[in-house]
Design a protein around this ligand. Structure first.
Ligand code: ADP
Length: 378
């Protein structure tokens, strides 16, 4: 089956037509600056998502008739969605109803869904949620220790994100190890521009580092990750406006805030050239990763494999080594040659006979969405 995967943002539509059996991308593309007009009068690729979807359909040409299902990336499924869902009016309303939890993303996802459903009304559409995989977290892991009534009234709890990636990577890791997923204790480190760790026991997420929003947890490209909530109060009382605080934590923190660039390649190059801010940024980045690895080892009560994925996790051998530095006593070690070998395949990078397998597994969220949609409609 061929699945058309749509990732609709507020001003962009990314799409891929994927043959699920062969895992091949038949066609892919991107529309940008939807609904925007530049200072010089230039307009974006489409006036709105409906017009954008018509452009996409034109680009698809004859291939459109080969689409068996459409898979939509949806950021937030709240507590409503624990797995992918075939989209109908009720599901659209559900996505709408949890929009307050992801005000930048869900409305944009929904605009894409509505446009795609009217452009391709004959085929089933499936929503695949970034949060759904982590709905298996137990209350002990998803509950913040604040007044229960306030938390319930305001919907404040941990959700976690990158679920599609964590689930996909866990499945591939099990295949690589040649063992059933439901027997494995895994830690997945999704280290990209956005980063999160997940503890996965028998194929179920039992903890993850992102929380109510994708701000919690690891040090990211521009996001702070963990911070004492008292620091927020301190900044607000010091006169920072709420929007300024939002911009500080989401857009001006992380590697960018510490070292002046959100791109890990710049930061490692600067550190190698002797930049002390960049060196500290790498120390904070890896310290935070070890903090979560240790925590998840304790929560899992053992570990079969630790898996690196996403831009940094897949490509940066020295940073993988740095992240696990000093964890040999936990059975976590790297084989230097295996770690350094350039490859785009899923692979083992720990020494032969190591107590814990360390893997690199490329993530592929579009393929994961296509697989989920195909599985649901066939
Ligand atoms: P996103 O979360 O936007 O999908 P990616 O998963 O593509 O991001 O990860 C992007 C990050 O990966 C960037 O910080 C980039 O610098 C980093 N990265 C990619 N290749 C390398 C590399 N060889 N060494 C270090 N960092 C890398």
């Amino acid at each position: 089956m061929r699945v058309f995967v749509v990732n609709s943002g507020s001003s962009s539509i990314k799409y891929q037509l994927i043959d699920v059996a062969t895992e091949q991308v038949v066609l892919s593309g991107l529309l940008e600056r939807i609904g925007q007009t530049g200072a010089d009068g230039t307009t974006g690729d489409a006036a709105d998502h409906d017009a954008g979807m018509r452009v996409v359909l034109e680009r698809l040409g004859d291939e459109a008739s080969s689409i068996g299902a459409v898979g939509h990336r949806v950021v937030h499924g709240g507590e409503l969605f624990t797995e992918p869902a075939v989209i109908d009016e009720r599901v659209e309303q559900g996505i709408q109803s949890v929009s307050a939890l992801a005000p930048l993303h869900n409305p944009a996802n929904l605009a894409g869904i509505r446009a795609a459903r009217s452009a391709l009304p004959e085929v089933p559409h499936v929503a695949v949620f970034d949060t759904a995989f982590h709905q298996s977290m137990p209350p002990a892991a998803f509950t913040y220790a604040i007044d229960r009534a306030v938390a319930a009234e305001r919907g404040v709890r941990r959700f976690g994100f990158h679920g599609t990636s964590h689930q996909f990577v866990a499945g591939r890791a099990a295949a690589l190890l040649g063992r059933p997923l439901d027997e494995l204790k895994l830690i997945v480190l999704h280290l990209g521009n956005g980063s999160s760790a997940a503890a996965i026991d028998g194929g179920r997420s039992i903890d993850t580092s992102m929380g109510l929003t994708p701000l919690e947890g690891l040090v990211m490209g521009t996001r702070s990750g963990d911070l004492d909530p008292g620091a927020l109060l301190h900044l607000l009382r010091g006169g920072l406006a709420v929007d300024e605080l939002d911009a500080l934590l989401n857009s001006r923190s992380g590697l960018l805030g510490l070292a002046g660039s959100a791109d890990m390649r710049d930061v490692t190059a600067a550190a190698a050239a002797g930049d002390v801010d960049a060196a500290l940024a790498l120390d904070v980045w890896s310290h935070r990763i070890r903090h979560y690895v240790g925590a998840y080892l304790a929560q899992l009560g053992g570990l079969d494999a630790l898996v690196f994925t996403a831009g940094i996790g897949e490509n940066a051998a020295p940073l993988r080594a740095r992240a696990l530095d000093g964890l040999g006593h936990l059975g976590l070690a790297l084989d230097e040659a295996r770690n350094a070998a350039a490859s785009r395949e899923a692979r083992l990078i720990s020494p032969a006979g190591a107590r814990v397998a360390v893997l690199v597994v490329p993530t592929n969220e579009e393929l994961a969405i296509a697989q989920a949609a195909a599985a649901l409609v066939s």
